[in-house]
Design a protein around this ligand. Structure first.
Ligand code: ATP
Length: 436
């Protein structure tokens, strides 16, 4: 059976994520909190792998990008300069009858989608979470939880430029939490109120903006494909004039074909010199760049790549979810790229006797120095394979009676379910090669 795209795929995925320890609702024992999620043992590994691979691609493998990790709470003036205090709003309507709230642009007609009641006039609602710095809760101490990580990069432009001795064109990357008090969150971790972003801001000469926008659009598109996302489920959407944000000259979204429709997963924007100009004006600091070679002074343009960690994770999960019939039974597996799979190798003694657990434990302790491994001796072998399939483990290694005679184990491939015999002395090399 091909990958399911039926409407209940999301329900199946949410249930698998709970059952297998990927994602739980926040504060569940208290009844849960809407649009906030906790990541369990498998979820945290998957998320970490996604972030590590992004970080490697965007910093380690590049000579022209540096990393930062800025504070979540920034000077309140940052958000005035960025336009967020003024513009980071959604139009909100309330139902006069059932009191539920909706984003005005997502409601068709003038009636409440929930109960058919009358709706209030739309008013603007700022999505930034407010807090107070210090013990006095007054107007002067208001601060915000950052709604995007990008501003932490712009305000550190000079701080990074100096010590890194980079020259334009160069970029600054950051991964971190962002917070938005979304009016209509939903679709599992697609839109939540606390999430993580992986953002990179590339500082360039204004004349080179088209070239770099296209370059980063193509690089970022390839990133998803290289991690196994099916090409037919990805597309680019270019913003028309109505969609462009106030800071953008040209923008593309990378969109994914979710069970709930084609939706943005990453934005690639030409932000012009808007950000550095604004921060120069609001801070009074000169954020121009002097090019030694051409003796030119200018405010750099910025090409931004802005991806959501949680949203990418949902892409990888949806794209990997697979059901098929095997010997009259339904087999569910996550065909995750081995690069991001939470566990790379499961180590399983066939039965819990005849010295098999001891041999398997020794193999487990040897292998875990090289790969994230999982030891499981509980229950029938078929059920243990199914558990590994559901968390996307690419290889399951089984110690059986033959192991005790010739030092070989079986290595089962998650996708083909084929098994080969491998000598224990070769395991690390063979698995390394298979993982790529
Ligand atoms: P949307 O139109 O879906 O609200 P946006 O255009 O506001 O998204 P950006 O501000 O461009 O999004 O944010 C960049 C990326 O951050 C998005 O592509 C997405 O991956 C992620 N992101 C934004 N908001 C959320 C959220 N509420 N929950 C999870 N991820 C988010």
């Amino acid at each position: 059976m091909a990958k399911t795209k039926e409407p209940d795929l999301m329900d199946k995925l949410v249930s698998l994520c709970k059952r297998r320890g990927f994602i739980f609702q926040s504060s569940e024992i208290y009844g849960g909190l809407n649009a906030l999620w906790d990541y369990g043992p498998m979820g945290v590994e998957l998320k970490r792998n996604i972030k590590d691979i992004w970080w490697e691609a965007m910093t380690q493998l590049r000579d022209d990008i540096e990393g930062v990790d800025a504070a979540i709470v920034m000077h309140p003036k940052v958000w005035e300069a960025s336009g967020h205090v003024q513009n980071f709003t959604d139009p909100l309507v309330d139902c006069k009858k059932c009191k539920q709230r909706f984003r005005a642009d997502q409601v068709e007609g003038k009636k409440c989608p929930n109960c058919g009641g009358e709706l209030t006039e739309a008013r603007l609602f700022n999505l930034m979470f407010k807090t107070f710095l210090g013990p006095v809760e007054d107007q002067a101490s208001i601060a915000y939880l950052r709604p995007e990580t990008a501003q932490g990069i712009y305000v550190n432009f000079l701080n990074v430029l100096g010590p890194s001795r980079q020259k334009i064109p160069f970029g600054i990357a950051q991964i971190g939490k962002a917070f938005r008090n979304e009016i209509s969150p939903g679709n599992f971790i697609f839109r939540s109120r606390e999430f993580e972003q992986m953002e990179m801001q590339f500082f360039i000469h204004p004349k080179e903006d088209s070239k770099w926008l296209e370059y980063w659009r193509d690089e970022r598109f390839k990133w998803y494909i290289n991690l196994g996302v099916k090409k037919e489920n990805l597309k680019l959407h270019q913003h028309d004039n109505k969609e462009l944000a106030h800071y953008a000259k040209m923008a593309y979204d990378i969109e994914y074909n979710f069970p709930f429709g084609w939706k943005e997963i990453e934005g690639i924007h030409n932000r012009t010199n808007f950000d550095l100009t604004q921060h120069s004006q609001f801070s009074g600091k000169d954020l121009t760049y002097f090019d030694d070679a051409t003796k030119e002074r200018f405010i750099p343009y910025i090409i931004e790549t802005s991806a959501g960690v949680d949203r990418s994770m949902l892409v990888f999960l949806v794209d990997a979810y697979h059901e098929e019939e095997v010997k009259g039974e339904k087999r569910v597996s996550l065909k995750l790229s081995p690069k991001i799979a939470p566990v790379k190798v499961a180590v399983l003694p066939l039965v819990n006797r005849d010295n098999m657990p001891e041999v398997a434990t020794k193999i487990f302790h040897d292998l875990k120095k090289h790969f994230k491994c999982f030891y499981d001796d509980g229950g029938a072998i078929g059920r243990r394979y199914r558990r590994q399939d559901e968390i996307g483990t690419p290889y399951a290694l089984t110690v059986d009676s033959q192991t005790l005679q010739d030092d070989t184990v079986t290595l089962r491939d998650r996708d083909s379910m084929e098994q080969i015999r491998v000598n224990t002395s070769q395991l690390v090399d063979v698995i390394k090669k298979k993982l790529g």
